[in-house]
Design a protein around this ligand. Structure first.
Ligand SMILES: *Cc1c(COP(=O)(O)O)cnc(C)c1O
Length: 383
């Protein structure tokens, strides 16, 4: 039986053509033709009026921490059930991370828990749209206004996903926080190996973001003819990717409709076929609130306990299928556990211990999906 891996990066076939074009244009450093094409695409399709490609989502998060001027001792609230970069970017600026629990019905932030964690030192809230499913953004926007906090969306998994606000307007994820960070890592819906993007929605950040992006210089303004020489004017780093990376990414985003359609189809197949196991109480399936869309980023099941989940992983591997668990709660991670304030975060731990991600990638065929589904049914027939 052939191996069904957890992820298999998809190539549209145009990537090498565009890379060749980038090479032939003679400009392969950052902010070249393909970078601009990518920016225009995101602007036109999602209304991201200022966006900057970065070398990763981690970098976009680091830019966010610099832009919001996070200083030692500042507190930043974020879920514990997230990827390490969400926290790391702010820890680098000296922030104290205040981890918050996940909801009982799905892994996004538990809104009810947040208000009592806000102190005079709180500077920012980072929401993570887990599995591309929107957080309750009306709530977080009001909260950030009430307490004057920066609101940052970790939209790493959330490309082409939407939130319907309280007046019924459908808004792309990534356009509601002051800043939003996307990932184009190989494991994400559209990808360029390693890559990301910062979306700047707060007017006052727009100029400065460009400077931080290009090593603290006003080079971008210089090329537009707005200043007559460029130099070192601020903090920054080299956050911009080579135009070769942007060329690769452009081939992917041109195909985004196709990619999304396929991923959502796979997601729906899993959901419908596994429904009987949920009805019998063996597992829980993903829950998507009415205000959120599903972008087919990842499909997870939640097992009753860690033993079941780990036994299922072993059983899958015997059948040459490689599902994976996801995050280990960050408040329990070796690097941060001594810095955490000791609060129990029950649901973050439950998701760490019982959530299982099934193989989901563009080229996953009907027979392979059927094999994964059958394997899960076989497991629960005896467990
Ligand atoms: C993938 C991911 C990241 C990191 O993205 P990179 O592009 O690999 O830096 C950050 N946050 C979340 C929630 C992610 O899923």
């Amino acid at each position: 039986m052939e191996l069904i891996g957890f992820n298999k990066p998809y190539f549209t076939g145009k990537e090498t053509d565009y890379i060749r074009q980038a090479v032939e244009s003679g400009h392969i450093s950052g902010n070249g033709i393909f970078t601009k094409k990518c920016h225009e695409f995101f602007n036109k399709n999602y209304g991201f009026n200022k966006c900057l490609l970065t070398t990763s989502c981690t970098d976009a998060l680091e830019m966010s921490a610099i832009l919001t001027d996070i200083k030692p001792g500042d507190e930043v609230i974020m879920p514990s059930f997230t990827f390490v970069s969400t926290a790391l970017a702010f820890v680098r600026q000296g922030a104290k991370i205040v981890f918050i629990d996940s909801r009982a019905d799905q892994p996004n932030i538990d809104e009810e828990a947040i208000e009592k964690l806000i102190t005079p030192k709180t500077k920012a809230v980072v929401v993570v749209h887990y599995a591309g499913v929107a957080c309750n953004m009306d709530f977080f926007i009001e909260l950030s206004q009430k307490y004057k906090l920066w609101l940052i969306e970790d939209a790493a998994q959330a490309i082409d996903s939407f939130y319907t606000n309280k007046v019924g307007k459908k808004i792309p994820l990534g356009s509601m926080g002051h800043l939003a960070c996307f990932s184009f890592h190989e494991t994400k819906n559209i990808q360029c190996g390693e890559g990301g993007m910062l979306v700047i929605n707060h007017e006052a950040f727009k100029k400065r973001a460009e400077i931080i992006w290009e090593k603290g210089t006003n080079r971008a303004a210089f090329w537009r003819g707005e200043v007559d020489k460029y130099g070192w004017v601020d903090m920054g780093s080299s956050f911009l990717p080579s135009d070769i990376i942007a060329a690769f990414l452009y081939a992917q985003i041109e195909n985004i409709g196709n990619i999304q359609k396929k991923r959502i189809e796979i997601w729906n197949t899993y959901f419908n076929k596994l429904k009987p196991l949920e009805e019998k109480g063996f597992i829980r399936l993903p829950f998507i609130p009415d205000f959120a869309t599903n972008n087919g980023h990842l499909f997870y099941i939640i097992c009753k306990n860690t033993d079941k989940r780990d036994a299922l992983i072993r059983f899958a591997k015997q059948h040459n299928i490689w599902p994976v668990f996801h995050y280990i709660s960050l408040h329990k991670s070796p690097f941060y556990t001594n810095l955490h304030d000791g609060r129990e975060l029950e649901w973050a731990d439950i998701y760490s211990n019982t959530l299982l991600r099934l193989p989901l990638y563009y080229e996953l065929g009907k027979n392979e999906i059927q094999r994964v589904v059958k394997m899960i049914f076989d497991f629960f027939a005896n467990n």
